[in-house]
Every structure is written in C-alpha cells, then in structure tokens.
Design a protein around this ligand. Structure first.
Ligand code: TXA
Ligand code: MG
Length: 380
C-alpha cells in the first residue's frame, strides 16, 4: 500500500468513514486510553492478517480483541463468541466476572480459552484469546456501532515505541494503513495489564500495565471476599514467558538510538559529586556513546533543570533532559513515557539516550520500569 494514510477526526464524517473502512476489511488506527491501537474486524481473518503485514509483526505474536461496553460478563463474552462456551471452568468465570466488574472498561486484558469463531490468525494459533474493553469514548462508539470485536495491537511497527498520539501513528505507519482516527493524546500512556486466568481461577500477570498489581489484589479481595487467589508473576522472576505471552520479548518499545539504563537516583548522586556515580556515567558514555555531542537523559521525576545541570557537569557535554513527572506523580509519568522516549529518539542532535528507572516497582512504576528495561535491552 503506497497511498497516504488519511487522518480522521471523531466527527460524523470521520466515524462513518472509519466504520466503512473497517467493515470493508481495511486497517484503521484508533485511540484507546492506553496507547493507539491498529484495528481490524477480529472475525475477518484476512483483515487481521493485514495487521501483521502493516506492523511487520511476526505471526507468532497474538493480537488482543477489543469489545464494546455492552459485553459486561463472562456470559456476555461467551455469547459474543469471544471466550469458549465449553472450555471455561466455574472458578475461571467467577474470577473473570470479578475482574470485569472492577476494571472494565479500562486497561486490563483478560486471557482465557477462546471461542472457535475467533480466527487462528488473531491468536497465533493459541487456544486462548486476550479480551479488553477500552475506556475511550471514540473506541467505544466504533465498537458499539460495529457491534463486533476489533483486533488491535499497539499501532507501531514491531519492536518500536508505542504511539500515544495520532501523529506518532503517522510516523510509524503512514502509507501502510487506510486511516488513523485522532482522539487526542492517550490518558494512561502505557499498555493494558495482561492477566491470564486459569481453570482454577489463579491469575498470571503476562504484562504489567495500566492496572496496578496492588489494585488487582485489592479488587479480588473486595469482589470475591478472598485473599486466596494466587497471582503469579512470570515476568518478574526471570523465568521465560515466551510461551505464555509470545509478544513479551526482551527487546521491545525500542528507540532507534542506543538507550542505556542508569541506576535510580544517578543524577541526584551526580549533583552530590559522588565519585562512583561520576565514574560510572562517564564509563557508560565513553563505552556506548563515544564521540557523542549531545546526550538525551530520561528521568522519572524531578526538575529537568537540576538534572541537566548535574549530568552536564559530570559529562562535560550538553544534555537534553526529559522528566516524566517533575512533581513525582507516577500517573503523569506513565502518560508521558513513550512520548518522551520518542522525542529524544527523534532529536537529531542527540546521539544516545541514558534513562534512569524508577526506584521501586510500586503502582505504575512496575509498568514504567518494565518498558524502560525492554526499550534498553536491545543496546545493552
Ligand atoms: O493497551 C493495550 O493492550 C493496547 C491497546 C491498543 O489496547 N494493545 C496492545 O497490544 O498493547 P499488543 O499487541 O501491542 O500487545 C498485546 C500482547 C501481545 O504482544 C501478546 O504478548 C499478548 O498481548 N497476548 C495477546 N494474546 C495473548 C494470548 N492469547 N495469550 C498470551 N498473551 C497474549
Ligand atoms: Mg505493542
């Protein structure tokens, strides 16, 4: 496809056009509260296959399906041919219903046995499917009017930084997809949390994201009056999760430039003239960014001016700082993460990027640290 991608707005013309394109089997990028998704009608196997081609995504990396607000329970999802009518256990349904009550619409993807109606191309041949009810008015209007699920991965080329504005989508996929529907910048900024729910009702976190682990625990206790639900974290134990969530490769969300992780608090230590920290950052730059004329520096919190001063005085070269939330609000930090990475990547004066991770994994910091680690791993 060589034609230019049309930018649509969520007015009467834009919505009608997006729906007509989707019904015709075309690809349309849509806003969600997490990141922009590249949508196709999920029951149309050819359209879903087009997503893999446009993104250059390997066929073994399954898509999640997005559902309209009306489908509010495991029974609704079974009736709508998303989840299997025969392969779901009672405990599994009870836990799924509790998760739906607590978090939908919102940034939680629930993985469970799939209906036979979901084409194999969508799930990369897996017997399960991930379902999510997005909390974005534009996505919901489309889903409601279409009356069927939309398969939608993040609307970036495979392995690249996820888009949180319509312009990011154009940067990634211009000419490869029919249209992008501009619904403004995404509110959450990191993708959904993905949980697989087992037959026994246990949960496995396949990807940390917009719903925090703390709120998952709290909701299960509150909804089911039980703190006995097991929550497994293959993503944090170092164990490979390649079989369970094939898309969760070590290298993902990656800038084109080298990005290197710094210890949390490095810049603060530099401000205190901590010799070990100065040596460490100098070594990193001379090893990884030799000859750099300007460095990008990403920090979760704190004043950009102060960070700039301390890093520049340690390195002796100009530094462009992006602070994800100067006031230390992790919700704001998550919202700004991918845009900040992208702007450092796009700045032609910057040779490479140093990034500090968050000091702990509490709340949204878990997802932010996960994304930073995967963005950096390609170059480390
Ligand atoms: O917030 C989000 O989840 C965004 C927006 C657009 O909804 N979507 C998104 O999709 O992040 P994607 O494809 O970039 O990431 C979804 C990941 C896949 O990479 C895959 O690892 C995992 O979900 N996944 C999908 N179906 C699965 C399944 N049946 N079993 C295990 N993992 C699955
Ligand atoms: Mg993605």
């Amino acid at each position: 496809m060589t034609r230019k991608t049309e930018k649509l707005f969520p007015d009467a013309y834009g919505l009608d056009k997006a729906i007509a394109l989707l019904n015709a089997g075309e690809l349309v990028a849509i806003p969600t509260e997490t990141v922009y998704g590249l949508a196709a009608v999920a029951l149309n196997a050819n359209a879903a296959a087009g997503i893999f081609a446009a993104k250059e995504r390997p066929s073994f990396d399954p898509l999640i399906v997005h559902v309209p607000r009306a489908w509010q329970s495991s029974a609704d999802l079974i009736a709508a041919n998303i989840f299997s009518a025969t392969k779901m256990g009672l405990k599994q349904k009870t836990v799924i219903d509790a998760l739906i009550r607590a978090f939908w619409p919102g940034p939680l993807t629930i993985v469970a046995p799939k209906s036979e109606k979901i084409p194999d191309v969508v799930t990369s041949g897996l017997p399960t499917v991930g379902a999510r009810m997005p909390d974005h008015p534009v996505a919901q209007v489309l889903l409601q009017r279409l009356g069927q699920p939309l398969a939608a991965p993040s609307a970036n080329r495979f392995g690249r930084i996820s888009p949180t504005t319509a312009d990011h989508v154009i940067d990634e996929l211009d000419g490869r997809i029919a249209a992008v529907l501009d619904g403004g910048p995404c509110d959450v900024g990191v993708e959904s949390t993905i949980v697989a729910v087992g037959q026994d009702g246990s949960l496995t976190i396949l990807r940390p994201g917009g719903v925090t682990i703390e709120s998952l625990r709290h909701a299960l206790t509150f909804e089911l009056h039980s703190s006995m639900i097991a929550i497994n974290f293959p993503a944090t134990t170092g164990e490979s999760i390649s079989v369970q969530a094939p898309g969760m490769m070590a290298s993902h969300y990656a800038p084109r430039k080298g990005m290197f992780l710094m210890q949390p608090g490095t810049s603060v230590r530099l401000a205190r003239r901590d010799d070990a920290a100065i040596q460490m950052i100098k070594d990193t730059v001379s090893r990884q960014c030799a000859g750099a004329l300007r460095i990008g520096y990403l920090v979760p919190t704190g004043s950009p001016e102060l960070h700039q001063k301390s890093v520049e005085s340690a390195l002796g070269i100009p530094v462009t700082v992006k602070s994800l939330s100067p006031k230390g609000d992790m919700v704001e930090a998550a919202r700004n993460l991918f845009g900040a990475m992208r702007s450092l990547d796009d700045d032609s004066h910057i040779s490479c990027i140093l990034a500090e991770s968050c000091p702990d994994n509490m709340g949204l910091a878990f997802a932010i640290n996960d994304r930073l680690k995967r963005a950096a791993s390609r170059s480390l």
